[in-house]
Design a protein around this ligand. Structure first.
Ligand SMILES: [Zn+2]
Ligand SMILES: [Zn+2]
Length: 357
């Protein structure tokens, strides 16, 4: 029997697939061994060009979205690493992206809604044990930050004892457990310098998330590159002001059109109270078009929509989410997903975008 070229090709394909399947265990072990060694030895920060880098460790809201954990933004400024808000997937996503939680230099909170802090306990624990840190990490925030930090310290106090007893003081120094709250006064200023070290300056400013007070956004400056994180807010003149000419504006966004579907769903299910909650939450957020208007007014180069609500489980919903935005903002817009990575090398105007997973 003579085989045609196509039949031979498929036969080879089937044989290769069969061999891969038969040897899947040793093959997987060999790959896992290599990846484990790479992960343990690498410090991705050292491999990055000097500049400002954004790694999305949580692009979502409290509503479950497969592609988006609770709000979390990892910012690398030179050789320093900061986390802005600690949503529920923070630790997993930071590790998945290949960064070492033990090297976090500071955590900044925008406000204390549960979705912005619910990953903090685990992040503090991992930061302590994964690099034998002997100093607690500083957690910066407006009034109330001590309550949140002390609460997590209290909740993890038993585990603190377990870890020291199990691994020993030399590996997990007792003094490095947890965090030190650094409170700044958000009522008294519009924009204030809250962190200043060599080439990195971080400013906080009030935003409009009533009835939540205080609620702030941040501007991060490293050499000649800069970004703004809006935090949770309705369209705010403070965000527009802080964002004038910045490279990247990371702005929260909620599709009012899609939220309406959830309200109607709750109504059909006769869940009146849930329907009311779905209605209430639209009054302290910003629509994608409003975020685009702010980006245009501030003349930013790149708009990263973040804190995406509601979830977008179908690709077509991303188009619904973005409807009308390109009419008002002429720069680039991206609907953030966990693992998105934006690189802003110092001394250049470029913004490189890739996905780390
Ligand atoms: Zn939120
Ligand atoms: Zn909020």
């Amino acid at each position: 029997m003579r085989l045609t070229k196509t039949t031979s090709f498929f036969l080879v394909l089937v044989l290769v697939a069969g061999a891969l399947y038969a040897f899947r265990e040793p093959l997987s072990m060999a790959i896992a061994k290599r990846v484990a060694a790479q992960r343990m030895s690498s410090n991705p920060i050292q491999d990055l060009p000097d500049g400002l880098h954004i790694a999305v460790c949580g692009a979502g809201s409290p509503m479950p979205d497969e592609k988006r954990g609770g709000p979390c933004t990892l910012v690398i400024a030179g050789q320093k690493m900061f986390v802005f808000d600690t949503g529920n997937a923070s630790v997993r996503n930071i590790n998945k992206m290949g960064f070492n939680t033990g090297l976090i230099d500071g955590i900044f909170l925008t406000h204390f809604h549960s979705d912005h802090i619910d990953g903090m306990g685990e992040l503090l624990l991992q930061r302590w044990v994964s690099n034998s840190n002997s100093q607690p990490v500083k957690v910066y925030g407006p009034d109330g930050v001590e309550t949140v930090v002390n609460g997590f310290m209290q909740a993890y106090s038993l585990d603190r004892g377990y870890r020291v007893a199990h691994h020993g003081e030399a590996i997990v120094p007792n003094s490095g457990f947890g965090a030190q709250a650094i409170r700044f006064n958000a009522q008294a200023f519009e924009t204030a310098l809250v962190y200043d070290s060599q080439d990195t300056q971080i400013y906080a400013f009030n935003v409009a998330h009533a009835p939540i007070h205080p609620a702030v956004g941040y501007k991060i400056q490293y050499k000649d590159r800069n970004i703004v994180i809006s935090g949770d807010t309705t369209p705010s003149v403070h965000v527009t002001k802080a964002s004038q000419g910045v490279d990247v504006l990371i702005h929260e966004a909620m599709s009012m059109e899609l939220m309406k579907l959830l309200q109607e769903g709750a109504k059909t299910a006769k869940r009146d109270k849930l329907e009311q909650i779905m209605k209430d939450i639209t009054d302290y957020h910003t629509s994608p078009v409003q975020a685009a208007q702010i980006a245009q007014e501030a003349q930013v180069a790149y708009l990263l929509l973040h804190h995406i609500a509601p979830p977008l489980p179908l690709p077509g919903l991303v188009d619904v989410f973005l409807k009308g935005t390109s009419d008002v903002f002429k720069g680039k817009i991206l609907v953030a997903k966990d693992g998105d990575f934006l690189s802003l090398p110092a001394g250049q105007k470029t913004i490189q975008v890739k996905q780390l997973f």
